[in-house]
Design a protein around this ligand. Structure first.
Ligand SMILES: O=P(O)(O)OC[C@@H](O)[C@@H](O)c1c[nH]c2ccccc12
Length: 259
């Protein structure tokens, strides 16, 4: 059973698309985490990807990298994020997915991280610097706690690897839409639709598209051939500018994404 997968399927079974905003925990201070999460869930997002700032973020483009630097300058750590989430866990109604690199989890201790993260509302984790082959370091303990380990599938994976990653992924499959780093893009490769269908053919776990998606039209276009989208940089920028209108428009696009 996966709470994350269930949350996504309950949205798609009604004809809507899943919408997962990414936020950088600690950007603007950890005291912003609670109001931001409560407001996002009130807008009807499916889940929330909570980014943990890290000193050496391999996959992050300039927007997320700068947000991470601001959060680190505020003293944000994985432990403080979990503690903060825990302080209002009874008000959290959507599954949270922590986006963190492997080192902070190991430094925390896999056992205590899993137990405390679960209590704090974290239902999934994405660990971009951990190859599938090494996931046994954390997977059994996360699994015991009922936390999904979400795999990223890149455009350049070989078909065999794509199949293995897809079948291993829990909650949803994070299908990366571009080669490279996070951040807004104006165009995408033409073969994406076929690529996504191929990934979906291996599994009944929903496939979500992420990287480069920043406009309502892009949300609709991707929604037409997968179960939903993840939007990061555009959300991070909008939160800095307190531009909730833009966020509302992105969420609304997923609700009417069916063509
Ligand atoms: O910012 P974008 O292009 O909208 O992409 C989402 C992305 O930011 C978020 O999911 C994310 C932030 N950092 C990551 C590192 C690896 C994988 C994914 C992420």
């Amino acid at each position: 059973m996966s709470l994350l997968k269930d949350a996504i399927l309950s949205v798609t079974s009604q004809g809507d698309k899943a919408f997962i905003p990414y936020i950088m925990a600690g950007d603007g201070g950890l005291e912003k985490l609670k109001p931001t999460i409560l407001k996002l869930q009130q807008l009807g997002v499916t889940a929330i990807e909570v980014g943990i700032p890290f000193t050496d973020p391999v996959a992050d483009g300039p927007t997320i990298e700068r947000a991470g630097e601001r959060a680190l300058a505020n003293g944000t750590t994985l432990r403080k994020v979990v503690e903060t989430l825990n302080s209002f866990a009874d008000e959290i109604t959507v599954p949270l997915v922590a986006m963190t690199y492997l080192n902070p989890i190991l430094a925390y201790g896999v056992e205590s991280f899993s137990a405390e993260a679960k209590a704090a509302g974290i239902r999934g984790v994405i660990v971009p610097d951990m190859p599938l082959e090494e996931r046994e370091i954390i997977h059994p303990t996360l699994s015991d706690a009922g936390i999904d380990l979400v795999q990223l599938v890149s455009l350049t994976s070989t078909p065999e690897r794509m199949e293995r990653l897809t079948k291993a992924s829990e909650g949803f499959i994070y299908a990366v839409t571009v080669n490279g780093i996070t951040g807004a893009r104006s165009s995408f490769a033409n073969e994406l639709e076929e690529h996504f269908k191929k990934i979906q053919s291996y599994t009944d776990t929903p496939v979500l598209a992420g990287f480069g998606i920043s406009t309502p039209d892009q949300v609709k276009n991707f929604g037409a051939f997968c179960s939903g989208v993840i939007v990061g940089s555009k959300i991070v920028d909008s939160l800095v500018n307190e531009d909730w209108t833009t966020i509302e428009e992105l969420v609304a696009a997923a609700k009417t994404a069916v063509v």
